[in-house]
Design a protein around this ligand. Structure first.
Ligand SMILES: [Zn+2]
Length: 270
């Protein structure tokens, strides 16, 4: 199965707030990574092309990659979009609707700490220029630790809010923190999202689960060598993967901590 790197970025900035710094790439490094992708012969395709291939539609180019950005940081508008547009590269931007600037303008709010976030006007402009706008929940909870109506609101309410703002359907969802569960997947499907991206730090492929697409997270400490390996299809496993015992154990632990009012963060190491 051909490895498809689906790169996950957060902020691209020289001056990020400290809480997001480990997940932030400097603009100079980001430009180098885009050059590396081009030099390696990868074709960057829209997420929907990967989805179509997963559903048995037209095959992907021989070597394909996808670019995704989580949370909705303002630097996407000022820094990322111009660089992508110069190179003619498609991307999907997943917006936490309760974090859209100005904060507090929407009753859902957000669990994300303060940071410069996109506003709805910028999001509409990006949408009009061809960036795919996806959903990333209302408040950015660990969805596999919230239940019932609250979980439904995070998944369906986010879609409704996004579609009101964009004036058209939104179909791409990304799990906050990458966390999901079989019950969360079912809610995502029932809400009408047709794709959902996780983290997993593995390559995706045409055999991946459309509601749990594997991504590779690019962090501030991602070395040049690691990134170069990823562009060559090396250094990570290829989806499909089954949920490991470790992932199930880790979810149980996070649920317990959430239940006693002391949630833990951080991605699972598997
Ligand atoms: Zn996020």
């Amino acid at each position: 199965m051909k490895a498809v790197p689906v790169f996950l970025y957060h902020s691209v900035s020289d001056n990020p707030p400290s809480w997001i710094a480990p997940y932030t790439v400097a603009p100079r490094v980001f430009r180098e990574q885009l050059d590396r992708i081009a030099d390696s012969g990868l074709s960057v395709v829209p997420l929907r092309r990967l989805l179509a291939a997963i559903h048995g539609g037209p095959p992907l180019p021989e070597r394909a990659a996808v670019l995704t950005f989580d949370d909705g940081f303002a630097d996407f508008y000022w820094t990322v979009a111009p660089l992508l547009s110069d190179r003619g590269l498609p991307a999907t931007l997943y917006v936490t609707v309760g974090a859209v600037h100005p904060p507090g303008g929407h009753p859902s709010g957000s669990l994300l700490p303060p940071a410069p976030m996109l506003n709805w006007r910028q999001i509409s402009t990006l949408d009009a220029t061809g960036v795919e706008i996806g959903g990333h929940s209302q408040t950015h909870p660990q969805l596999d630790t919230v239940y019932g109506q609250k979980c439904a609101d995070e998944i369906s309410g986010c879609k409704q809010r996004l579609e009101e703002a964009l004036g058209h359907e939104a179909t791409a969802f990304a799990y906050p923190h990458g966390y999901s569960s079989p019950a969360v997947l079912r809610r995502v499907r029932e809400a009408g999202w047709t794709s959902a991206t996780a983290v997993e730090n593995k390559f995706s492929s045409a055999a991946d689960n459309p509601l749990r697409i594997c991504r590779l997270m690019v962090r501030s400490d991602t070395s040049e060598q690691t990134f170069q390996n990823w562009t060559r299809g090396l250094g990570a496993r290829v989806a499909p993967i089954s949920e490991s015992l470790y992932t199930r154990y880790w979810r149980g632990y996070r649920r317990l901590r959430a239940a006693i009012g002391s949630p833990v963060g951080g991605p699972p190491q598997s």
